[in-house]
Each structure stands twice: as C-alpha cells, then as structure tokens.
Write a protein that binds this ligand. Sequence first.
Ligand code: F6P
Length: 525
Amino acid sequence: MNMTTRLRCDRTPAWSALQEAYRTHGMAFDARAAFASDASRFGALSQHAPHVFADLSKNRLDLATEKLLMDLARQSGVEAHREAMFAGEAINNTEQRAVMHWLLRNPPLDPVNIARSAIKNVAKELLDVHSILDSMLAYAQTVRADATITDVVNIGIGGSDLGPQMAVVALDEFVIPGKRFHFVSNVDGHELAATLKRVKPESTLFLIASKTFTTIETMTNAASAKAWFAANGGTDIARHFAALTTNVAAANAFGITTTFGFWDWVGGRYSLWSAIGLPLAIAIGEQGFREFLAGAHEMDEHFRTAPLESNLPVRLGLLDVWYRNFHGFSSRSIAPYHSALRRLPAYLQQLEMESNGKQVDATGEALPFGTSPVLWGEPGTNGQHAYFQMLHQGTDVVPVEFVAVKKPRHSLTGHHTLLLANVLAQAQALMLGKADAGGHKNFPGNRPSTFLLLDDLTPTSLGALIALQEHRLFVSGSLWGINSFDQWGVELGKVLAKDVEARLNSGNSSGLDGSTAGLLSYMRT
Ligand code: F6P
C-alpha cells in the first residue's frame, strides 16, 4: 500500500463531522444520562471477541458518535491498511519492512489449498516460521525435561524482555515446577549482580535475547554473564547459552552456537511470538505456547474479518482517537485486577507508546494533533490505595481500562469475589460519582472506563488479549497516518550515551551544556 493512498484522519469529511458532534453533544455527554435514556446501551456498547468480553458502555460514547468514528475509519482507509499488513506489504515505510508479527501465530497452510489462501504470498515466510518454531519448541521441551537446569536467565531489554517477562509472570499457574525464571534487562549492574548471586553456572541457562544483537545494555550484560560463567568454572557455552536474534552471525561471533532466529519483519515490541518467546515456551511448554499463539491467531482473524462495527480492536482504536483528539485526554490508566497481570502496564507502555509516540505522519509531515496517550497503571486493588484518588477527584479526566478475570485459580474463600466486587465498584464509582455540598466529598462522576473481562487467565486468553492490544493501536496509528512500526525516537539517547561514557572516563566536558557538564563533574568527584 502506497502511503499516499492513506488519508490522514484530519483530512476526511468525517473529521469535521466529529468536530461538530463533539461541540454539539460530545463535550457535555454524560454516561449516566445516556444509561437513563437508553435501556439497550449496555448491549449496544459491549461485545464478545475471541476470549475477551468488552464493555465500552461506561465511556463518553454513543452509537451516533461511534457511527461517525466508523466513517472516519473507512475514509482514512484503515481497512486497506490492515489488508496491506496482512498481505505482507512493507507498511513500515521508513525501514522498508513488512509488519508480520501476526504470521508468527498463523497455523501452517494446507499444502493442497495454498493457491486459495489469503496469505499465499507469504507462504514461504510461514514455512520458515514453523521450521524455527518447531525447533525452538523441541529445544524448550528438552530444557524442561532436564532437571539439572534449575534457572533460566533471560538477558534482553525492551521487546526482548517485557513480553516474555510479562507473559511468564501472567501464566505463573502454568509454569513448570522446579525451574526459576529471571529477567535481566537494565545495564545497571545491580540487576545482573543480584541475579548471579542466586544462580550457579552448572544449573543455569542464559538466553541472550536481542533482535539486533547490538543493544548496548544486552551486550554488556551478556558479556558479564559469560565472564562470570567462565570465572565460576563453567565451560560448556553451547549447553548454557542460547541466543534469540535476527543476527545469528553476531551471536556466533560472541561465542554462542545455540541460536534461534527470527526476521526483520518482526518489530521488537511485537516479538514475543517469535524465538524471543523461548523463556515462555520453556516455562509453559510446547502445548501452552501453541495455545498462546492460537489465542492470538483467533484475535487476528477477528480483526481481519469482523465487520468494523463489531470489530473490537477497531472499536477500541476509534475510542482512543475520540478521546485523544476530541476530548483531549492525554493518558490512559491500565488497571489489571489480577496480580499475575502486574507487568501488563509496563508491557503495554512499550507496545503503544513506542509504536504511536510520533509527531510526524508516515510521509514525514508534522502532525497538527496529539498521538499516543501516556499509558500507566498498577494492578488493582493496589492502585485504589494510591492514585485512584486522582482518577475520582482530580482535575484531569483519565480514561481507565479495567482488565478482570472471572475465574480464580486459587481456593482462598472470599478473595476473588472481593476482588471482582472492587473492580466493578471502581468502574461504577468513576461513572456514577456522588454529589456532596461540602465539596471535598464530591465525586464528579462521568469518568470513563472500558472493562475487559476474560473467563480465565490461560495461555489462550492471554494471547488473545495481547493481540487485541496490538491491533487496537494499529487502528489509532493508522488513522493518525503514522508509521507505528519504527522507533527513531530511541536513537539520540543511545548516541549521546556513547559520547558521555567517554567523557565520564576522561573528564572532558568541553562543549557540553552547563547542566550536563556540572553533573558530570560531580559524578567524577
Ligand atoms: O528501545 C529501542 C529498542 O529498539 C526496542 O524497540 C527493542 O525492543 C529494544 O530496543 C531491544 O532491541 P534488541 O532486541 O535489538 O536488543
């Protein structure tokens, strides 16, 4: 798809119609009044998608506005853009790369029907995907069966850390007993040093996870781990180190021969489904990992084929645009009411903010409107005793996204009902508010929230939930006309860090700004 065939959302007729709709009733929209006047509101603004039930009805949204948002999506060409992604076109235009993390979850094609398949033009890539998936899962099974390996240490950062870490924590109930999983990401040596204190060379498997195999944090940690291994009597690198990377040559040059590859068409923050998922595969096993992929694939199919009006990623992405660009809300709070989902906010921060935190469109033109909201949050009920005060009574309106799970996997009487009561009560309180003449006890209400409900937290449902989030930000990014798949914004800091590192060693602060020079000199004394 040619970038110029996309129409940026602010250049469509629907954009002006939405501006008008915002002025006439969007701005003053009150969800309480909307429920009072429309008995069908919950039914109309909630839906099932694979493994996720979503309730959008507590938002500042009605069907008339949603219809205009659907016009906006159609006029912006989001469907063609989505098809371009699923056709393997190079929609990451600044790097000339296809965007095919979804292919990592696609089952193999039936050899007889390849010609009729919607994805026949990426059949060769799919064969490669399954060949590496099979060998990586066979390796995972071997590690699982090896009782002498008790600790798996993943060394990676960003997408090479957040995804596997979030998922291993989320699926704790499915993790093989007898093995511990550690994640070292930070270049801060405290993190690696603390982990190395807890493991032994003869019983540890180090996974060096880096798409590029050049990231300074990961390379520094990997080199120190390798040196520690040798210094503590480790000899068999082939057995105790494996690399997960697109740059197998660099991994070999580093001295690692056990490698699992992937491809440049998998963005780092979308790479959990690739070899980067190996820690998860070891943790939950081949079958669990295949279920994780299958859950995500079901969501892919939903996104690819469901009519826009009942397409959950589309509805959520459009709501995000409505809030960001019309209501002017600049953040979204993620509130997972499940302690195993405690890394979800951090994972979603990278996923959405690195994807959509852009100030120019895909052609490089400056955008006249806001893009990625700030995502943040903590698990409930903890957040209630911290920042929910601000959500209820602060001066800013922050849409909240609740994630809850119906079925507990423990047998502690009463806890889960109390947890679910709390998540429902918070969503209710945000919307209903409470009038009080005294002011301090006044809750304005009409504070928007979306509610995502899973039946059970399993590999399948987690896969679907994550794919849902990937596609919803595809939709908002597509409307905004941006390239959601590059991340040039992380480059400048990397370059400057190299320069400052040399200056910290030498003490040379000439040419630096006054603040950096002053701090540098304090650090050296
Ligand atoms: O932070 C920038 C980034 O490029 C992320 O996009 C990526 O997930 C992370 O660095 C790690 O990169 P790599 O997997 O190549 O080490």
